[in-house]
Each structure stands twice: as C-alpha cells, then as structure tokens.
Design a protein around this ligand. Structure first.
Ligand SMILES: Cc1cc2nc3c(=O)[nH]c(=O)nc-3n(C[C@H](O)[C@H](O)[C@H](O)COP(=O)(O)OP(=O)(O)OC[C@H]3O[C@@H](n4cnc5c(N)ncnc54)[C@H](O)[C@@H]3O)c2cc1C
Length: 380
C-alpha cells in the first residue's frame, strides 16, 4: 500500500491550489452575495485543463486519473465551492459520460468543446416529481423516425443558464419502466427549449441553478447516447463517478474551513493567550483534522477504485455520505472557533458552512447513499 502521491499528482494539486488562491479567492464573497456565475474563472480553468481532466486527450481531455481530479476538486472547493461544482458537473457527469458512452461523432462534435471549457455542460435528471426517485421521469421523448420530440420539465439544473450542451434524461417508453429511459444531447437555443429563472439559493450561490422546460424540442436521433433504453443505466453509472467528485468537494469545503479556523486560533487572543492554547479550541481542531483525514482516505480510496477498474459504487457512496457529514460538522465548528467574526462574510467560514449543506443533497441525498450502501453490503 502506497499513500504517497506521485510528483504529477503533487503538481496538479499545487496548480489547483494556486488557482484557487490567486483567481478564485478575490471576488468570491461578492460573487456569493450577487449570485454571480464565475464566468471568467471557469474560462481560465478550461484553458488550464481543469474542465476535462479525465477525458481522452484525442478529444481535448487531460487523460488524467480520478485521483488527480479529486485533488483538484479538494483544492478548488477550499475556496470556492460554486466554481468547483461547475468543474465537477462538467468533468465527471458530462465529459466522463460522453467520453465513456458517446459515439465518435458525439465526441468530436460535443466533447472537444467541453474539455477545453469553450462550452459548459449540464446534466439534467431531476424533475419536480423525480428527485431521489429518478425512475419517475415525466419528461418524454417520442421517437419520430429520424428524430425525437422531447416534452417536460427538469428541476435544479446546475449550469442551467450558463451551459451550452445539456445531457437530458427522458422516457421513451413508460411501459418499460427504467428500461424505457434514454439520454439525449441537447443544445442551448434548440426551438422549444426554455430556461427558467435562476434559483435563489442558501449556498453555492455563484453556481447557476435553473429549471428547464422542453416544448416539442426536436432532437436528432444521432444525439441519443448509447443503445435504446440505456438512459437510466447511463445516469446511474455517471452519477456513481460524480459522487466521488462531490465527496471531494465536501472534503475541500471542510479542509478550507479547518485551515482558516486553525490560522485564526493562532492569532486571536482571549484571556491573555492565543485561543489555540485553550484546550476546548485545540480539541475542536483535533477533531476537525481527524475527521477530515478520514474523509480524505475515503475519497482517495473511491478514486483509486475507479482508476483501478474496481467497483466504486459502494466506496463512492460511502465517501460522499461521510465527507458531506464532515463538511457540515467542520464548518459549524470553524464558525464557532471564529466567534463573532465567524458570523460575518469577510471571514469566509459562514459561506463554507452554507455551501456544505448541498453536499448532503445533490447527486443523491445522504439517505439515498445509505440505500446504496445498505443494498451493497447486504447483497452478499
Ligand atoms: C443546488 C442544487 C443543484 C442541483 N443540481 C442538479 C443537476 O445539475 N442535475 C440534476 O439532475 N439534479 C440536480 N439537483 C437535484 C438534486 O439531485 C435533488 O434535489 C436530490 O436528488 C433530491 O431530490 P428532491 O429534491 O426531489 O428530494 P426528494 O426526493 O423529494 O427527497 C426529500 C427527502 O426525502 C428523502 N427520501 C426520498 N426518498 C427516500 C427513501 N426511499 N428513503 C429515505 N429517504 C428518502 C430524501 O433523502 C430527502 O431527505 C440539484 C439540486 C440542488 C438543490
């Protein structure tokens, strides 16, 4: 067993850390306040190769492993979880999905633009009545020979307004239940494709979340991903990998809050000494550090499983369940360590506390992760 990162991994981590500090940190408070999408920063992340890290180099991707991706996700999320969710959706849901299951034409046409950050992707599964229960899709795609006609509504779509390319899950045959679900590539601007207003959110406020409506949207047949009926499997496989990215996001949020709390404890004085010298504070930091380290091991193990052809459904679900709880616990404690300053925007930790909550909800809630985990451990 080797816990040491390679030189290349260290370089990727450092590059992500530098980017987060130099490019994301300035303006992160204002973007959060104004719910402003980090457009320029995402463009730069694309230029630096962070938008298609794991995708094949022949389509503009970085050809990197999942370990590299989670290292980058952790560093970006320490500073700006709104930017990191854009990176996560684009990398592990959209690019990975297309790279793994798309046709040569789909990869040439769409993936090449997504890996470079020239265009941004969105993954559209959730609906007003189909969140955790993703099989209850109401969006329909009717086969009209050389094209499909799509009707329905998607909810909570990350990059909903900023994306150009949308992977949309829809029912083509309700009788066949989940085997009658397909995934399609849609483009912004297709006739009948409407983007709803931006959601006003508690956290990750810089990311842009919208509902989408499809009114008789004509989608060419060649835009279906995989064989007929592959859509549900496509969504589940893609989300299994996506969860590793969100687990890394949760880890980064926790680690970012911890680093700030530790630094603050060394400068803030109370009762004539730095607060780190009060055991109550030192023990908080000890607990934070321990749980973060445990979460990091779980995230890395899930990434390693994926890179080594092992089943990562269980390790990915456990990593997300655990890391998201750590993100909640650590950010709450980081606010506490900061006292009154923890409650105001300029010290960053209140934002991280608000951002942490989403990691327990999207890409499968914590309850859904427990369903995945319990089914897996009880299967043998
Ligand atoms: C900011 C944000 C961004 C998002 N981005 C995307 C995106 O890009 N693409 C996309 O497709 N979706 C996205 N989502 C949707 C997200 O994945 C769903 O909100 C999530 O899966 C939960 O679905 P729901 O909101 O319908 O909750 P529900 O399914 O209604 O769940 C409500 C509660 O019931 C619990 N519950 C439900 N079923 C069970 C069960 N069987 N056993 C135990 N408990 C259960 C849940 O855990 C939850 O606590 C996003 C959501 C948000 C808030």
């Amino acid at each position: 067993m080797d816990f040491k990162l390679t030189e290349e991994h260290e370089m990727i981590r450092q590059a992500a850390r530098d980017f987060a500090n130099n490019e994301l940190k300035p303006g992160v408070i204002e973007r959060d306040e104004k719910q402003e999408f980090p457009k320029e920063q995402i463009k730069k992340l694309g230029e630096l190769g962070f938008m298609g890290m794991m995708a094949s180099p022949e389509y503009g991707g970085g050809g990197m492993d999942t370990v590299s991706y989670v290292l980058a996700m952790e560093e970006l999320s320490k500073i700006d979880a709104s930017a990191s969710v854009v990176v996560s959706v684009n990398n592990s849901l959209v690019c990975w999905g297309l790279d793994t299951y798309g046709t040569e034409e789909q990869k040439k046409k769409y993936l090449t633009q997504l890996t470079t950050g020239e265009k941004i992707g969105a993954f559209c599964l959730s609906e007003p009545e189909a969140g955790s229960d993703a099989t209850s899709q109401k969006t329909t795609a009717i086969d009209k020979g050389d094209h499909y006609v799509i009707n329905g509504t998607k909810n909570w779509i990350t990059n909903g307004g900023s994306a150009d390319i949308y992977l949309v899950i829809a029912h083509t045959d309700k009788e066949k239940k989940h085997r009658g679900i397909n995934a399609f590539i849609l483009e912004k601007g297709m006739e009948g494709f409407e983007i709803g207003p931006k959601e006003q959110k508690m956290g990750i406020r810089g990311s842009d979340t919208h509902s989408l409506t499809f009114n008789d949207v004509k989608v060419p047949k060649e835009n279906r991903i995989g064989e007929d009926g592959f859509g549900f499997k496509f969504a589940m496989k893609t989300l299994a990998g996506g969860r590793i990215g969100i687990a890394a996001q949760a880890l980064g949020i926790a680690a970012g809050a911890y680093e700030m709390a530790k630094a603050y404890s060394k400068i803030r004085k109370a009762f004539g000494t730095e607060i780190m010298n009060h055991q109550a504070i030192a023990f908080k930091l000890a607990d934070m550090h321990t749980s973060i380290e445990a979460a990091r091991h779980m995230v890395m193990k899930a990434a390693w499983d994926k890179d080594n052809g092992e089943n990562y459904d269980l390790s990915g679900a456990m990593a997300k369940l655990y890391a998201s709880q750590v993100a909640m616990d650590v950010t709450v404690e980081a606010v506490q360590v900061h006292g009154g300053n923890g409650y105001v925007k300029e010290y960053h930790v209140e934002r991280l506390m608000r951002d942490a909550k989403i990691t327990q909800i999207y890409e499968g809630t914590s309850e859904i992760q427990k369903i995945v985990i319990s089914r897996s451990i009880l299967a043998d």
